[in-house]
Design a protein around this ligand. Structure first.
Ligand code: NI
Length: 139
C-alpha cells in the first residue's frame, strides 16, 4: 500500500448529511473508507471504457434447461472463448431453472462481447454482467 495523503473537501452540508446517512446505513465506520470506495468504483468504471484493458467480469444467467437447444448453445459460445473463462458454475435452482455464473478475465471489450452473446441468446430469462476489476493499482 502506498502512503496515505490527507486532504480537505468542501461539500454542501445537506449533501454531506445525505452521504453520512447513506454510509451509516451501509455499514461504513467512517467517511474516509466510503470515499475511497467511491473513488475505486469510479476508476473501475473508467477501466471498462477502454476496450483493451485487462479486467474481470462476472456474468450470471438464469434459464430453463428445458428450452430447446439452449444449454448446448450456451456451452458452445463458452467453448469459443475458453481462454477468457476462468470459472463457470452451474446451479440447478429447481426442477426447471438453472443459474450459470461465468467468471471471465480478459480485455473488457471481449468480456462485453461474450456477455452480450450469452445474454441475447433466445430463452435466457435473465442475466447481468458485473463489471469488476483485477484489483491491480487500486490499493
Ligand atoms: Ni441445471
Amino acid at each position: 500500500m502506498s502512503k496515505l495523503t490527507r486532504f480537505g473537501v468542501s461539500v454542501d452540508s445537506v449533501l454531506l448529511e445525505k452521504f453520512d446517512d447513506l454510509i451509516g446505513r451501509s455499514g461504513y465506520r467512517n467517511r474516509s473508507e466510503a470515499f475511497r470506495d467511491l473513488i475505486r468504483d469510479r476508476l473501475v468504471a473508467e477501466e471498462w471504457t477502454d476496450s483493451d484493458k485487462e479486467t474481470v467480469g462476472i456474468l450470471g444467467l438464469v434459464y430453463s434447461h428445458e428450452a430447446r437447444d439452449l444449454t448446448e448453445t450456451l456451452n458452445a459460445i463458452q467453448h469459443e472463448y475458453v481462454d477468457m473463462i476462468i470459472s463457470a458454475t452451474h446451479i440447478h435452482l429447481d426442477a426447471h431453472n438453472c443459474l450459470e455464473v461465468i467468471i471471465m478475465r480478459g480485455k473488457s471489450g471481449n468480456i462485453q462481447k461474450v456477455s452480450d452473446r450469452l445474454l441475447s441468446t433466445r430463452n435466457v430469462k435473465h442475466g447481468r454482467l458485473l463489471t469488476t476489476t483485477t484489483g491491480a493499482g487500486l490499493d
